[in-house]
Write a protein that binds this ligand. Sequence first.
Ligand SMILES: NC(=O)c1ccc[n+]([C@@H]2O[C@H](COP(=O)([O-])OP(=O)(O)OC[C@H]3O[C@@H](n4cnc5c(N)ncnc54)[C@H](O)[C@@H]3O)[C@@H](O)[C@H]2O)c1
Length: 350
Amino acid sequence: MQPKLNIVPFVSVDHMMKLVLAVGVETFLTELAGYIEADFRRWELFDKTPRVASHSHDGVIELMPTSDGKLYGFKYVNGHPKNMREGLQTVTAFGVLADVGNGYPMLLTEMTILTALRTAAMSAVAAKYLAPEGARTMAIIGNGAQSEFQAIAFKALLGIDRLRLYDIDSSASRKCAKNLAGMGFDIAVCATSQEAVEGAEIITTVTADKLSATILTDNMVGPGVHINAVGGDCPGKTELHRDILLRSDIFVEFPPQTRIEGEIQQLPADYPVNELWQVISGGIEGRKSAGQITLFDSVGFAIEDFSALRYVRDKLRDTGLYEELDLLADPDEPRDLFGMLLRAKAAAVA
Ligand SMILES: NC(=O)c1ccc[n+]([C@@H]2O[C@H](COP(=O)([O-])OP(=O)(O)OC[C@H]3O[C@@H](n4cnc5c(N)ncnc54)[C@H](O)[C@@H]3O)[C@@H](O)[C@H]2O)c1
């Protein structure tokens, strides 16, 4: 795949869309979920650090690195809730996978679409272990860019086929319902979040606001429900009333990061939480009883992006859906970097 040392495979947005469509969205999400589960099973191998966040008045820019000792990956991602009102994406991202042996990048890819896919795949993996058995109905509160991906991942991995949509902007719900039409869902667009959660066994909150919001109040969450809280992912940006947390069994990705960014920033720093990797690898139980309220306090962790980068790299071998990017200087003699510049100058003059 890398015949020339200067070349790094680059997956553009166009190629990512072609890849997802060629594989099929449900198959892509299912296979990606498999990569995430495989990496969560070898959790202890990875370098882990809370992401490096640069906060500003309107949003945040973050770097998310990790390594399994053989491969190194990082994602650049932003979160700017006000962007949508200016015709921009709330979240954009790109990422790199590199060879730990020589440090050379092996893949550069768009990750805006890939983040939506990996976030949805991660949510569905968590729900596989935490949602009530036989769940078919999910409420989705917040019907923006991430919402359809969440719906399709829950259909592919859990068999969810009834959706109850709510957004403060009803045009977002109509867009979501239209995009999902003909995909095997029975869809209700609801007038309030209270109406959306009625009869739902799973509640996904995926709203964007810079401030702490109360998307769900305590009275809206009945026994046995699984909450997939995706939108609260920054200091001062949460979606659930604190009382819900106190009634739930809470499952998180990487506690040092989630305590800063997740719903649990509302709780004391030593409040007990469960680590999802331990559930996936069989060390602790997920859902224990029908009446239990389970909460996946999703913030998005670097290992999920690493899994996504690994998955895309493996897919390129068969599909060829990438460009060759002349990214790495490769002089004939490694120490003659300046000589390479001089030869380029001579060639330009000639
Ligand atoms: N946990 C993760 O891994 C992860 C990954 C990606 C994105 N996110 C977060 O998910 C959120 C959604 O991202 P997006 O790309 O879909 O954003 P988006 O801007 O495209 O959509 C957000 C939607 O939420 C709606 N909304 C805002 N306040 C609401 C409220 N009070 N009630 C109901 N709806 C409300 C908006 O009208 C909008 O339609 C963001 O906060 C983002 O940071 C988390």
